[in-house]
Design a protein around this ligand. Structure first.
Ligand code: AMP
Length: 413
């Protein structure tokens, strides 16, 4: 069934007004599927990635319930909890709640690492309707008895697969166990590795499954190209690519924090301004870079996979994979940062011979070959100070210390 407007989904007048203010006309497929089930009080296992409208799919029914319940939040307690793997995602969810809840009186707070605890402690002590948190900091504050989850009737676990990648699953389990059994629980994940399926089985109560295939979201409208190029020559090649005036808003992905910093430094040497976001940057620096990028004051953002999770920026013209991810699903996440909101986009992957197995895994997942730019592997000039050109099929010197494929790099955030 296609529901062409939000009013038919049964949302409250206040929410409909907020949606009207935000100029949302038609619910997205995930919203059409999830909202009626959630309004009906069902638990949900949602398989959807950022860009599908999943945040509104879970926040709208939550705001509807909180308004209908009409309870008053007691000091030191929380009525609803949203757990997110990264600070950026937590802040984005908070922004969505502000947008959709603007005609309601909802008290919300974000609790996350990397910033001072004191204001968070004070807010929690007063009590909040919706708490959005990263797991580590929340556990810390619960241990300090700043809040209790015993009155929390709604639990939303967002991007559960990343929680697992980042080693948060145990914390998530601990936190879930602190909520009453009689609650509504939602788990959203872009992919469903076995560990996440196990967690879903533990925390959800007879869930309905809603699924928006990642591949159809991301891949179709994006022109995907691969440049075969040795690792040592990538930096110079990147600088050359970025000279194009078409590259108006670009995210460059690297696999590690260190490499992200190196890329920024190298670009600076060729007078190209870029900023990196990753887990070693202070929260302020990350937010500033992201805000500048969103507003168009910064053309190039260099990001690691984990730091980039949930980044919601419109009109990204190009995604450049400086290195291919070792998990093909991450490729889909990465390129999904472009071609949002119906726009077209271009994804360019720089592939060293040592990365060919990653490329093949990606092509298997998306069921199509990437378009090779140039008839044969791109010729390259030797980067300053580099070793000999790699022979075809041999790993480049710059890629020798590469980790084993298939292993998640937990330091990469
Ligand atoms: P999300 O998947 O939650 O990250 O949402 C992706 C983007 O789509 C966000 O910028 C939302 O503001 C926007 N969005 C979500 N739902 C709708 C809708 N029904 N109509 C228009 N834009 C939407």
């Amino acid at each position: 069934m296609t529901v062409s407007n939000f009013a038919d989904l049964g949302l409250s007048d206040r929410l409909l007004r907020a949606l009207d203010d935000a100029q949302y006309k038609t619910p997205t497929p995930i919203q059409q599927q999830a909202i009626p089930l959630l309004l009906d009080g069902k638990d949900i296992l949602g398989i959807a990635q950022t860009g599908t409208g999943k945040t509104a799919a879970f926040t709208l029914p939550l705001l509807h319930h909180l308004e209908a319940d009409g309870d008053r939040t007691k000091p030191g307690s929380t009525r609803a909890l949203v757990l997110a793997p990264t600070r950026e995602l937590a802040l984005q969810i908070s922004d969505s709640i502000k947008t959709y809840g603007r005609h309601q009186r909802v008290r919300q707070a974000v609790v996350m690492g990397g910033v001072s605890k004191r204001p968070q402690v004070e807010t929690l002590r007063r009590g909040v309707d919706i708490l959005i948190a990263t797991p580590g900091r929340l556990l810390d504050l619960i241990n300090q008895r700043c809040t209790t989850l015993s009155e929390c009737k709604y639990l939303i676990l967002d991007e559960a697969d990343r929680m697992f990648d980042m080693g948060f699953i145990r914390d998530v389990r601990k936190i879930s166990a602190m909520l009453p059994k009689d609650r509504q629980t939602l788990l959203f994940s872009a992919t469903m590795p076995a560990e996440v399926a196990v967690l879903a089985g533990e925390v959800l109560n007879r869930p309905e499954r809603v699924q928006i295939a990642a591949k159809t979201v991301a891949v179709e409208r994006i022109e995907q190209r691969v440049h075969h190029i040795a690792a040592v020559a990538k930096r110079a090649h990147l600088a050359k690519l970025l000279e194009s005036p078409d590259m108006a808003k670009v995210i460059v992905f690297t696999r590690t924090k260190h490499r992200a910093d190196q890329v920024v430094k190298h670009l600076a040497r060729t007078s190209i301004v870029a900023e990196a976001i990753h887990g070693n940057k202070s929260q302020n620096a990350r937010q500033r870079a992201l805000a500048n990028f969103k507003k168009g004051r910064l053309r190039i953002l260099v990001a690691t996979d984990i730091a980039s999770r949930g980044i919601d920026v419109d009109d990204v013209t190009h995604v450049i994979n400086f290195e291919l991810p070792n998990e093909p699903e991450s490729y889909v996440h990465r390129i999904g940062r472009t071609a949002r909101a119906g726009a077209a986009g271009i994804a360019i992957s720089l592939c060293d011979p040592a990365e060919l197995s990653h490329l093949r895994a990606i092509e298997r997942l998306i069921k199509r070959p990437l378009k090779v730019v140039g008839e044969k592997p791109v010729e390259f000039k030797q980067a300053p100070g580099s070793q000999a050109k790699p022979r075809p099929g041999k790993p480049a010197s710059g890629s020798r210390r590469r980790r084993r494929p298939g292993r998640t790099d937990r330091r990469a955030a």
